[in-house]
Design a protein around this ligand. Structure first.
Ligand SMILES: Cc1cc2nc3c(=O)[nH]c(=O)nc-3n(C[C@H](O)[C@H](O)[C@H](O)COP(=O)(O)O)c2cc1C
Length: 190
């Protein structure tokens, strides 16, 4: 089972990337690939730039990474109550290849921030719009006060309640993907 994990900021040391990576690794039997969206930066989208550039290779490569995955674990960084400019730009360019950016993949949507809000606003926006963009969100979770609740030295969630919810969410995702892969196997056998 291949899981693609990433955070939605272009910070190399993103706490959302850390959270997405950690959560993806909790899924039993998963092979995890972690992306940095800074590797897919493009000029700010405009219609004129699209006419000039077409579909940039970064957008195509990002879309292909999603295509190759069995499931997605995405953790959303919140900037001023919404998506980061880096994510919105990558998303906008990729949506011009196909509006169903997430290509029907089962997904776990997470969000975290250093503060008590836990980036819950951007998470709600992402979950609400997910069906339109082809994400099958199996579960979602906001982790507030990241630095108090994630032990960076030990590399795990230190808050027992959050850890329990995250384990449940990753188990649901793993079960969903396993079932889909088994069904696909049966289809081939028949
Ligand atoms: C311009 C800016 C706006 C921010 N707005 C929010 C916000 O609306 N809500 C929030 O929880 N954190 C906000 N933060 C704090 C970020 O959550 C924090 O910097 C976080 O570490 C960034 O996530 P990352 O480490 O995944 O890149 C903001 C930070 C910046 C620089």
């Amino acid at each position: 089972m291949k899981i693609l994990a990433f955070g939605t900021s272009n910070n190399r040391r993103s706490i959302n990337r850390t959270l997405a990576t950690y959560a993806a690794q909790l899924v039993e039997g998963a092979t995890v690939e972690v992306l940095g969206i800074a590797d897919y930066e493009m000029p700010i989208f405009s219609d004129e730039r699209e006419q000039a550039l077409g579909q940039p290779p970064q957008a195509k490569a990002f879309f292909q990474k999603i295509a190759e995955a069995d499931a997605l674990v995405i953790s959303f960084t919140e900037h001023n109550g919404s998506y980061t400019a880096a994510w919105k730009n990558l998303f906008d360019w990729t949506s011009r290849i196909d509006t169903k950016v997430f290509q029907g993949k089962p997904a776990l949507f997470l969000a975290t921030s250093p503060g008590p809000g836990g980036a819950a606003n951007v998470l709600a926006a992402a979950v609400n719009s997910a069906p339109y963009f082809g994400a099958n969100v199996i579960s979602s979770l906001s982790v507030h006060s990241f630095h108090e609740n994630f032990d960076e030295e030990a590399g795990h969630i230190s808050h027992r309640g959050i850890q329990r919810r995250l384990r449940r969410a990753t188990r649901m995702l793993g079960n969903k993907v396993s079932r889909s892969l088994q069904l696909a196997d049966t289809d081939i056998a028949v």
